[in-house]
Design a binder for this molecule. Structure first.
Ligand code: 5AD
Ligand code: SF4
Length: 365
């Protein structure tokens, strides 16, 4: 019998290709995501770390989060804040207190505030315009919004108020999985919203979960491909964590090692995107959250929501607890970054290759 000649590349060759910026095809992404030998996986992380250093340098950027409302009109099957969860207390942080928290974030050396909430219609265009304007008038912080899907007109107004960035995860690049997990929503409208953000001059953040029910490694490769195609500026990737008060309570949590591989792949394909090591990663495994900084991550997002509120912001179990020792966590990460020789970024930490439109006309208050 004739011997089959295997022309497929070794993982080392694929990695070299990636580091050299020659791009990765879907099959190659799958190859790297399915590496099992710890030595090979280590090479993947090293390659991502190299690209991180070459393209965004050693600085770590801090983005302080305020989770200002836990109300949500959506019913995502995976999320503890889904509207059908009647077992949690809902809260809204008064506007003045949001401002105070923003000042505390600035005082603590963060250069960005992230305003995050469920999809809460109480926060009208006008109300949010007011909150964002006050923050941009009264502090020097860059403003990132994470408010779910909003209309083009809303997003336009928020940009005019001075918002710089917007986080809206695509959650999964599988159309069918998205449709089954987010009732009444579609991947296409999510992507359209991301296009609107781009058009309006925002830095655009997206990302996905790892370990969703029925999600395959091919789906994860498609997540990486979608992130590259949309030229996403900030990419949050976290493990799915089952929440007891949701329909997915019996589904196992995502694999943290796969999350790390995804972080590395996203670094390899985006080059200079800003990539946080996510809170969810830390909830499942504190060490893995740190390891992400050796695998391509360059952003840390400390929670500044006071514990009295944040205990009820349980998107997934353990999330609310994060705020109870948030100060200690931040201190320990600052120490960790020092020990790694990674300085804290002094600037606002925009994506190096990002060119935003600087002004927006025609917005009437
Ligand atoms: N486990 C992990 N992450 C979750 N998110 C929502 N629910 C969960 C969960 N159970 C993530 C989603 C959402 C972000 C705010 O939190 O990706 O976009
Ligand atoms: Fe609401 Fe976001 Fe949770 Fe979905 S993931 S239910 S939109 S808070």
């Amino acid at each position: 019998m004739e011997k089959m000649i295997c022309t497929s590349k070794t993982s080392a060759e694929i990695l070299l290709q990636a580091v050299n910026g020659e791009g990765l095809g879907r099959e190659e992404i799958i190859r790297l995501l399915t590496l099992t030998d710890p030595l090979d996986i280590d090479e993947l992380f090293k390659a991502a770390d190299q690209v991180r250093q070459d393209y965004v340098g050693d600085e770590i950027f801090l983005r302080g989060i305020i989770e200002f409302s836990s109300y949500c009109r959506n019913n995502c099957l995976y999320c503890g804040l889904r509207r059908d969860n009647l077992e949690i207390e809902r809260y809204r942080i008064p506007d003045d207190e949001i401002l105070e928290l923003a000042r505390a974030i600035e005082a603590r050396g963060c250069t960005t505030v992230v305003l995050q909430s469920g999809e809460d219609p109480f926060y009208t265009r006008k109300r949010l315009y007011g909150i964002i304007s006050r923050i941009t008038d009264e502090t020097s912080l860059a403003v990132t919004l994470s408010l779910g899907e909003r209309t083009y007109e809303d997003l336009h107004a928020f940009k005019a108020a001075g918002a710089d960035r917007y986080l809206l995860r695509h959650e999964t690049a599988s159309r069918s999985l998205f449709a089954s997990l987010c009732p009444g929503r579609s991947l296409d409208t999510r992507i359209e919203c991301l296009h609107h953000l781009r058009e309006l001059g925002y830095e655009v953040g997206s990302g996905c979960m790892v370990g969703l029910p029925g999600q395959t490694v091919e789906d994860l490769a498609d997540d990486v491909m979608l992130i590259r195609k949309l030229n996403i500026d900030m990419v949050g990737i976290g493990p799915f964590i089952p929440h007891d008060q949701t329909p997915l309570k019996a589904h196992p949590a995502g694999d943290v090692d796969m999350v790390l591989k995804m972080v590395a792949l996203v670094r390899l394909v985006t080059r200079d995107a800003n990539i946080p090591s996510t809170t969810a990663l830390g909830v499942l495994d504190k060490e893995t959250r740190k390891r992400a900084f050796h695998a391509g991550a360059n952003v840390f997002m400390p929670v500044f929501t006071p514990h009295s509120y944040a205990k009820d912001y349980e998107i997934y179990p353990g999330k609310g607890l994060v705020s109870s020792d948030a100060r200690k966590t931040l201190d320990s990460y600052l120490e960790f970054f020092r020990s790694m020789g990674r300085p804290i970024g002094k600037g606002k930490g925009f994506r190096p290759g990002f060119r935003a439109r600087t002004s927006l006309c025609n917005y009437e208050r």
